[in-house]
Design a protein around this ligand. Structure first.
Ligand code: PEP
Length: 249
């Protein structure tokens, strides 16, 4: 059985004091009986304080990116060991903003997934097409390539999460319809079945991401191949994030 995961991607938002304010409010909302696993991926500067303030709750901690090298002269980068020592269990890899603005390729995604799995961090691997690609009916081909190249030479995907995030739905207020998301996420599971076998593919959680809100989450999460969500904007407010957590039952 796949336990739904609701992950908040805070992107480049929240100073330390804003992080504390969020956490103090959010932990009070959690009852502990929520069916979904709850994950917060703050900026690196807030990892320590989220880790402190999540103690005695079921909130999991994740980062928004990682470098694939063990350590070294890579100014501005952070390693898997550093994330693990900061309390992270998860790391987002290949987010479309990384791909669009920071030269992330399927090759660097592949290196990051390999290193994360080797170290025991759970990668949340983001895939998704742009609007011109969808309009040109290339969305299946694009996502298939991202998965095949991203997972090249990776023999076991047991500890992996995939997030289908159509680029045209991220931060735009325009979400995919539940049917569009389900159709693609079923397709992704079929690709995983071809690569790793049907039973492995059935174990993998596939999240939807793209303008999830309290108003649309329940309908989207009710689709059979949607195992929770990766939430940007709506994860910045404790109440809206909590409503989305509750929608994943
Ligand atoms: C995201 O950052 O992964 C995302 C889906 O953002 P938003 O929810 O704001 O569209």
């Amino acid at each position: 059985m796949r336990i739904p995961l609701v992950a908040g991607n805070w992107k480049m938002y929240k100073t330390l004091s804003e992080t504390k304010e969020f956490m103090n409010h959010f932990v009070k909302l959690l009852k502990g009986s929520e069916k979904a696993e709850v994950l917060i991926c703050p900026p690196y500067t807030s990892l320590y304080v989220v880790n402190e303030l999540r103690q005695n709750t079921k909130i999991k901690l994740g980062a928004q990116d990682v470098h694939w090298e063990e350590e070294g002269a890579y100014t501005g980068k952070v390693s898997c060991n550093m994330l693990i020592a900061s309390g992270c269990e998860y790391v987002i890899i290949g987010h479309s903003e990384q791909r669009t603005y920071f030269h992330e390729t399927d090759e660097t995604v592949n290196k990051k997934i390999k290193k994360s799995l080797e170290k025991g961090l759970i990668p949340i691997v983001c895939v998704g097409e742009t609007l011109p690609q969808r309009e040109a009916n290339q969305h299946h081909e694009v996502v298939k390539k991202q998965i095949i190249e991203g997972f090249k030479d990776i023999l076991d995907i047991k500890n992996t999460v995939i997030a289908y995030e159509p680029v045209w739905a991220i931060g735009t207020g325009r979400n995919a319809t539940p049917q569009q998301a389900q159709e693609m996420q079923h397709y992704i599971r079929q690709i995983l079945a071809e690569l790793y076998g049907k039973s492995k593919a059935e174990e993998i959680r596939i999240l939807y991401g793209g303008s999830l809100k309290p108003e649309n989450a329940k309908e989207i999460f009710s689709e059979p191949d949607i195992d929770g969500g990766l939430v940007g904007g709506a994860s910045l407010k404790p109440d809206s994030f909590y409503q989305i957590v509750l929608a994943a039952q």
